[in-house]
Write a protein that binds this ligand. Structure first.
Ligand SMILES: [Mg+2]
Length: 276
């Protein structure tokens, strides 16, 4: 045989997997950032909001560990405690983190504008709705209840604590496929506001859409974003677009409200036999 033949999926998108904080709720992805800052303050080594946001998307214990690995944080820890931070410090701060996060989640659980409209449109297209998150199960119980009260209820939710490893590993995305009974993988789209969340989707073999303005990359609540002068908005928007594009996202848009044209384009590419 001189020629081989490659099978290609020509159907439509079957599932969209949405992240939580910074994607469907909590404009600016504020809830975790605020608590990471508080936990390090309690440990005697204050960190900035920007430092706190760097590993966003990871399992929350892994996030704390990654914060202790930042050079500047290590140096300040050494200066304050006379030794570098270790595993026991990470454990202690994670134990501190959990109740603080549970306590304030509902203050930040307002849905991001456009979420309900987009979810309604996807339902009308018979697209399944999955979700992934770096939050633990007990935290998601709060977010799920708050989302439901506002009219948003995805068909599946997988937490970092439900799988062997969180982002950037693909397991949460793949578990969604099992829970939703949806395949093939190229019929799935992962939507996220963080680089590890985009990488998670890419590692699973899915299409990915990065959200630049509503999440961790700009890192401002809706009112603060709207109050920025247009030039400042544009500068922050461009920086976020660049980072998410360099992170490999197939599409980057401002917020979930802008998602549908990306999905139309993915449908067109699938019809042509393209893969992510
Ligand atoms: Mg997020």
């Amino acid at each position: 045989m001189t020629f081989g033949y490659r099978r290609s999926y020509r159907g439509r998108i079957r599932a969209v997997l949405l992240d939580w904080a910074g994607t469907t709720m909590d404009f600016g992805c504020m809830a975790p950032a605020v608590v990471f800052v508080k936990v390090f303050e309690r440990a005697g080594v204050p960190i900035t909001m920007d430092e706190a946001r760097a590993p966003m998307g990871a399992h929350k214990r892994v996030h704390i560990q990654k914060l202790t690995e930042q050079d500047a944080v290590r140096a300040r820890w050494q200066a304050r405690h006379g030794r570098p931070p270790g595993e026991a410090d990470v454990d202690r701060m994670f134990a501190d983190f959990v109740p603080l996060q549970l306590e304030c989640l509902s203050e930040y659980s307002t849905l991001i504008p456009g979420t309900l409209e987009v979810v309604g449109a996807l339902r009308a297209r018979d697209v399944k709705l999955g979700s992934t998150t770096g939050y633990l199960r007990e935290m998601m119980a709060i977010n799920l209840a708050d989302a439901k009260a506002q009219g948003y209820e995805p068909d599946a939710t997988v937490c970092a604590s439900d799988v062997p490893a969180g982002r950037p590993y693909p397991y949460m995305c793949l578990q969604n496929m099992l829970d939703l009974r949806v395949w093939p993988v190229e019929a799935c789209v992962k939507v996220d506001d963080t680089l590890p969340g985009i990488e998670e989707g890419l590692n699973a073999g899915m299409w990915t859409v990065g959200l630049a303005v509503s999440g961790n990359e700009v890192g401002l609540p809706l009112a603060a974003w709207q109050a920025l002068p247009p030039a400042e908005q544009q500068a922050r928007r461009e920086r976020a677009y660049g980072r998410l594009r360099m992170g490999g996202a197939h599409y980057v848009v401002d917020t979930i409200a802008d998602l549908l044209p990306c999905l139309d384009d993915v449908d067109a590419r699938l019809a042509r036999g393209e893969k992510p």
